[in-house]
Design a protein around this ligand. Sequence first.
Ligand SMILES: O=C(O)c1ccccc1NCC(=O)[C@H](O)[C@H](O)COP(=O)(O)O
Length: 222
Amino acid sequence: MSGPNVKICGLKDADHAIAAARAGADYLGFVFFRKSPRFVTPEAAGEIILDLKQAAFDEGFNMPRIVGLFVDAGEKELSEAAPLLTHFQFHGHESPERCRELGEEFGIEVIKAIPVTDASDIAEAKGYEGAADILLFDAKPPPGARPGGNGATFDWALLNAYDAETPYLVAGGLTPDNVADAVKGQGGRESFLGVDVSSGVETAPGKKDADLIKAFISAAKS
Ligand SMILES: O=C(O)c1ccccc1NCC(=O)[C@H](O)[C@H](O)COP(=O)(O)O
């Protein structure tokens, strides 16, 4: 399936992971942050991934890349999940140097979340050039909220000022209804890699919905 890449984040069961991959998701995310309603253990994620690989083999759909989400995680936490993953996604205070170090140490690509409220956040993201493989621009969470997955949007027009080469994903408050506008707003920019969603394909925090997942992927890629 062509069009921008789509990442479906916060999966907790095999049925939704398979529905997402079958519908053309390019990346699937598992949240390894204990305070999240989407938290899964590496063991649970491993079982979901096994079921997913079997379904991909049986049905002939492409196996998506597998992303693990962490917030200021230590080596032990990362090493428990790393064998399952193609990508780390960092939502904490990981510096460019730390992203580079961890990517090299584990041989895993790094997605760094950049919380955005204004143009200065886009400018600061340039510090990750050469250190992260992908940037994920997301709405800055309100004080006291989780560091991601809050269903809040930011002003996508701020991304017009992004002139670095690191490919980026747009995230934060996307839904089947607004994702086509978010894609259109990127104006075919070469570094635009795709879109990422969690809350917008749920009926409640942590409860994914297969119909919403399918509608989101179809709207993003059409
Ligand atoms: O989903 C969580 O609970 C979460 C917790 C801690 C850090 C990140 C988290 N989620 C990140 C995402 O799911 C997405 O990458 C992104 O922020 C989009 O979320 P949403 O606005 O819910 O679509």
